[in-house]
Structure formats: C-alpha cells, structure tokens
Design a protein around this ligand. Structure first.
Ligand code: ZN
Ligand code: ZN
Length: 292
C-alpha cells in the first residue's frame, strides 16, 4: 500500500476559498491523481488555522488573518461528500495543549498531523514580517529550539504523526544551517518520538522547496528506523498535480534505510501495512470507501 495523508485541497493563499476547493469534484480529482500513481490510501489534513475555532487556541496575527472557515463544516464535508480519510494539520502551540486537545477531541478525526511551523511568534517557513530568521536568534539557537519543539510535540500526546520533522532546513541556505553533523539535533527529537509512540512523516514537500530534499534527511530517518518509529508517507500537496509527487524518490529512500511498512490510520488508531504501489488496490480502495 501507498498512502498520502498530508493533503490540502487548496493552496495556502488567503483567497483559496472553501466554496471552490472543498467540493466533491475536487476531492475526486485528488483521488484520480492518486490512483494514477498507485496510491490507495488518501486523507485530507487542512491547516487548523484556516478555521475560526483555531482562534480559541492561539491568536497569532497570521492566524487571525486566515481563520475564516468552520471546522465542523469541513469535517462534515470530508465525511459526507468524499471517500478521503479525515485528518487535520494542527500546529503545536506550547502552553496551549489543553485548548488544542479540546478542539481535536470534539471531532471524530482519523488522524492528526502535528506540525511545528513557529518558534514563539516567528515562522520557520516564511520570509518577511513573521519570519523567525529575522528574530535575532543564531542559527544554532533556531535549530536547537526547533528540534526541542519537535520533541515536545511528540510527547504532548496530541498528534498521531509528526509532520515534516526537519522543516527547519527548508531554505537550503548554508547560512541557515549549523556547521557539523546535524545528528546532535536529531537524536533527542527521535528519542522523544520513539518514546511517545507516534509516527514520523516522510514528506516529499521538501523536494518542492528551496532545499530540494525530502523531509526527513536520511540520517534522521535512519535514527527513526533504529528506534523502530513507524513511518507515514505523504506529499503535503496543495493542488492535484502534487498528489504523490516525488514518491519514486521517497520509496527509494525508504527502501534504502529498510522501511518496509507504512502507517495507516482510522479513527485515530494506527496499523501498519506493507509498503508498495498497487494500481488495482487503488481502485478497490476507492470504491470500498465510496460505499461506506
Ligand atoms: Zn506544514
Ligand atoms: Zn501541510
């Protein structure tokens, strides 16, 4: 089986509306793209901060500008009008674990992808006003704090999958990368992920970013394999064309480090399935889910 769980049915632009993207036809386009690539198991995980209810968790100005949609309408749409698993990409906001738990536990999700996009108020993956890279921290401080947050996000118990766990490398800029072997940052994070029993995401999104590499780095993934951390495979696509993008490279990496199974989720329970593309089962998966 192949999975693509970390999917967005719309781009990150503010004007990408629910009305034009959260439609049965759009979900079917994603399902078709996945089928062409032998991906049987699909789920959608929209950003939590696109929903009004996220402002109960955090009121970062960026969230305030994006939080327009209704979370329950999203859940109902995915359940009633699509054959996709229902997930969400939720930011880890330290100190707001209880509020995040209240929001997540009130919905019947299949899985929660947990992300670290911010260190305090500074975004890792944005340039400009809200960028952490303009916050006066050294590169070592940014990397150190980032991987501490990854460890905390695993331990907090809110998430099923730790998303893009080395997002901090996104810019591929040598001035934004500490000298020497990065495993000193990875090791405590992987230890926390293993102890917490959560899955780690292998995401091809990094191939489409300036860094041009899969998340996670091979060295990070090797530590995960040693610690027997389960893997969840995703593209983090925000448009149909990117569903399953770069999977040949991801599968090569998974094979090289000895990953043979992928995590599959249903109602927040994980099981493992043998890794591998299967056009036939992609179609079967579609009709079976549609009949549900
Ligand atoms: Zn993300
Ligand atoms: Zn995402």
């Amino acid at each position: 089986m192949l999975t693509d769980y970390h999917l967005h049915l719309r781009p990150d632009e503010l004007d990408a509306s629910v009305a034009s993207h959260h439609t049965r036809a759009n979900a079917e386009r994603y399902r078709e793209a996945a089928g062409e690539r032998g991906i049987a198991e699909l789920g959608v995980s929209e950003h939590i901060y696109r929903f009004k209810q996220a402002l109960e968790v955090w009121d970062h100005p960026l969230w305030v500008s994006f939080a327009h949609d209704d979370l329950d309408a999203y859940c109902a749409f995915v359940r009633e009008q699509t054959d996709l698993k229902l997930g969400i990409e939720a930011d880890f906001v330290p100190g707001r674990e209880d509020r995040t738990a209240n929001l997540l536990q009130a919905r019947e999700l299949d899985y929660v992808v947990g992300s670290v996009h911010f260190l305090s108020d500074g975004a890792l993956d944005m340039e400009g006003e809200y960028s952490v890279w303009n916050s006066g921290r050294s590169v070592e401080q940014v990397w150190g704090r980032y991987f501490e947050m990854i460890a905390q996000s695993a331990r907090c118990g809110l998430f099923d999958v730790i998303a893009h766990p080395d997002l901090v490398k996104i810019w591929g800029d040598p001035h934004r990368r500490p000298e020497g072997d990065p495993r000193r940052y990875y090791e405590p994070a992987v230890e926390a992920i293993a102890e917490a029993g959560v899955a780690v995401e292998v995401s091809t999104a990094g191939l489409r970013k300036p860094v041009g590499e899969i998340y996670t780095a091979r060295a990070f993934l090797e530590l995960c394999v040693q610690a027997e951390v389960p893997v969840a495979l995703s593209s983090d696509a925000h448009r149909r064309e990117d569903v399953g993008a770069g999977y040949a490279q991801a599968i090569e990496l998974l094979d090289a480090v000895g990953v043979r199974e992928l995590s599959v989720f249903e109602r927040r329970t994980r099981r493992l399935e043998p890794l591998g593309a299967d056009g036939g089962s992609a179609m079967a998966g579609s009709s079976e889910a549609a009949a549900r």
